[in-house]
Design a protein around this ligand. Sequence first.
Ligand code: ATP
Ligand code: MG
Length: 568
Amino acid sequence: MKMSKYYVPTLREVPAEAELISHQLLLRAGMIRKLASGVYTYLPLAVKVLKNIETIVRREMDAIDSQECLMSALCPSELWKESGRWEDFGPEMFRLHDRHNREFCLGPTHEEVFTNLIRHELKSYKQLPLSLYQIQTKFRDEKRPRFGLMRGREFTMKDAYTFDRDEEGMRTSYFDMWKAYENVFDSCNLDYKVVEGDSGAMGGSDSHEFIALSEVGETEIVFCTSCDYAATDEKADCNYTVTSTNEKQTLEKVHTPDTKTIDELETFFNISKDNFIKTLLYTAGEETIAVLIPGDRELNELKLLKHLEVQEHGLEIAAAEVVQEVTGAAVGFAGPKGLKEGTRILVDKRVPEMVNAIIGANETDYHFKNVNFGVDFEGEVVGDLAMIKVTDPCPKCGKTIEMERGNEVGNIFQLGTKYSKALKATFLDENGKEQLIVMGSHGIGVTRTLAAIIEQHHDENGIIWPMSVAPFHVIVTVVNSKKEDQQALGEEIYQTLKSNGISVILDDRKERAGVKFKDAELIGIPLRVNVGRDAAESMVEFKLRKGGDTQNVHTDALLELIKTEISK
Ligand code: ATP
Ligand code: MG
């Protein structure tokens, strides 16, 4: 490919809308353009890298005998109604009608469609185990599409589905997939951790997430410094305890003008945050729910959702009018004592142990102090509702934990019989007895993986592609395209490399050298050959994008050098 013909509209400026480095560099390197919120156009360079990632994925799926299929993105609603997810997916699902007014969705994931495929024809235990996958476009109307390809509303996923005769088979398929995912992410040169995840809308039991580490990642993970425990923060149990030997004192109302947040209260009372009880108000359908947690803690919404048995879209932070109605006060003064009758009060297990705590008084500008559970208020104690903190003990062994951030690039699930039961996907065992197929489902975010690679492989000048996914392995830059000898030698090297099967791009544009060098760095091609002043002597400059090592090389030695670098 020649740069003079290639469509790579690079940008010098950092686009204002992009916070994340991968988003900035994808825009600047002329790889993506935004079409609508969370919807992107992929330009030639991006398509090349995506194909390379897909090649790695296909190789590893092949290696575990998973077979590639391709399902439609357009899915009839009936299947989703059978599984119950037409409701469960809520507003995240793109829904539409055809001209006959039949309902469809644009598939956010394909458990139902794959289960439907096999339920009609797969009959015998002899046909199991079976593993199928596809690489296909998914649609999710995300609440907060952001960070470029990290959280789009349209994205590419590799989704695999495994079908086994029993739990043991399902687990074998699960660990095969786990190993394949490790190979995929190793091949993409990603630094990642595998952690326990939540099963969320998928249902089923065990699940693991592959988290590409990044300081600005959306997911926080917890891992133990002593044992093998590793989980997402929302999955992790928070096992700290509170104890107090103080004697219970009598309730007192305190005038706290304009003091609403925990930080403001901490200053006002000159006492640490763990002495306050936070009262968070939510609505779930008709119900208003007050959730009480210690003041130095964040609520783990996932634990709350699980306790309430509602989907994410079924729970909302109460609107200001609702707060006003149930507390009779402005936002910031809610407390469990004297809430409107009918408000459900859920209490984190630490709250009853707090002695002489401080709560909102349900009256604007007032708080109560010396508040004690069982004396001044009651509530349903539901166990652990707090988000784990790095100072907490390991949920498994009690030792010290560490926390890091990252982006979920893959997720494997043991589904069990959730979908086979709902869609009646059965087989006959050796005894002719009908059994439910035991399933697994396994996703890789292909487009998110692309972004995650850039997050980990870049410098101040641009992207630094790992060789395995690079759009081209080599860029040959003609330093001064007005000089015929440079143009001619550049062309010759380009042809030689091409005929030797090396993926190469020739920068033959009539641009200043500085512009070409900047673009070469920005688009991150791992190996650079600069054809300049010494072209007449067949000498060129050979440079590694990573680390910037430079050497002058005779063209006779160039091919071997490049081959060696590529195979490293
Ligand atoms: P998240 O928690 O980030 O919303 P998820 O757990 O809902 O993702 P899965 O259903 O597990 O996602 O989908 C499989 C993979 O698809 C994820 O591991 C992720 O890499 C990718 N993915 C999911 N949602 C998006 C999105 N909105 N944009 C890009 N990739 C996504
Ligand atoms: Mg997931």
